[in-house]
Design a protein around this ligand. Sequence first.
Ligand code: NIG
Ligand code: FE
Length: 400
Amino acid sequence: MHFDRLWRGGRLATLDESKGGLGLVEDGSVGCVAGRIAFVGAGLPEGWTADEVIELEGRLVTPGLIDCHTHLVFAGDRADEFEMRLRGETYETIAAAGGGIVSTVAKTRAASEEQLVASALERLDRLLAEGVTAVEVKSGYGLDLESELKMLRAARALEGARAVSVATSLLAAHTLPPEHRDSREVYVAKVVEEIIPAAVGLADAVDAFCESNAFTPDEVRRVFDAARAHGLPVRLHADQRTAGGGAQLAAKYGALSADHLERTDAAGARALAQAGTVAVLLPGAFYALRDEAKPPVALFREAGVRMAVATDCNPGSSPLTSLLTAVNMAVILFGLTVDEALAGVTREAARAIGRWDEMGSLEVGKACNLAIWDATRPVELAYWLGRNPLRSRVFQGEPS
Ligand code: NIG
Ligand code: FE
């Protein structure tokens, strides 16, 4: 067997489900041909040759990390609102007074596509520096046809600018744009009739924010019906600030993921498990909003719900540009085990973006996306706060 590149002598966390846990392989090797994994396992196959051999010297290797829920593309920041929250205001009172998501909408509408790409790259680079090789990016700060498409194009452009895979989600149903504050019916019709059809080819999925101050379950159903009619899978910001049956709604549509879920109940957990919808936990938002309700991790385990972990990087509720910090928060704040949290930024994150066939584990045939760590034990990835143990990153077989 001839490889373009071969990494040998490492401790592999393959995330191969058939092996259990993190699928650890001692003294393991990964051989790559044309950007894909051609061999993975202990030792080496008979008669191997390779153009290049890299010695891992016992280091831990995981699949490249996947940040499966971000709002990386936006203009400006909301540091002023952060200060208001420190003084006692809440996310909801700020939004009701005309701040919150719509203040980022105004800045994002005014920004050029190039400006959006440039500011998103600065945040993306921080994720990549920690071993991320795939990222999901949502629109949702445009809230009109042109601005939503501009955001999706900016998100797509990230893929050409860096060695990373990008999955895009259309989040036109994020909140009501200011010009439709008194005509929500008209805006929902616009999303359904204009924006979703126009986003086909640019968006890999359709997302919505089901919340008392965003969209009702009925409105979300209309958005999801339109997504389905256009062959797009759906995801949902669900049960974050108020319990609204969001998990059940996502499950009913066979959503790839339901995200946040701080206020999901046992019936919601069972619905997610049955539908195979991934629960995406976002501890950065829980932390920054000083939320008191935690996602019901014990119910998720009991029901057999798959759990992913992501940054939710956005200027309002989660100004977090470190996926390893999200892993740390998931174990400390939400009580995930280290294995669950690491599966949550690899295997389950790949499922949440609908790309499990391509990435998320070290298995023959998948993209050769690796994170090589200056660490030997998986717990070290969850343990440090602000220390980055990444040694190198490999995207489609190419070290970077
Ligand atoms: O995932 N929950 C809604 N959307 C974002 C927040 C966006 C913002 O505040 O700008 C979230 O937390
Ligand atoms: Fe979000």
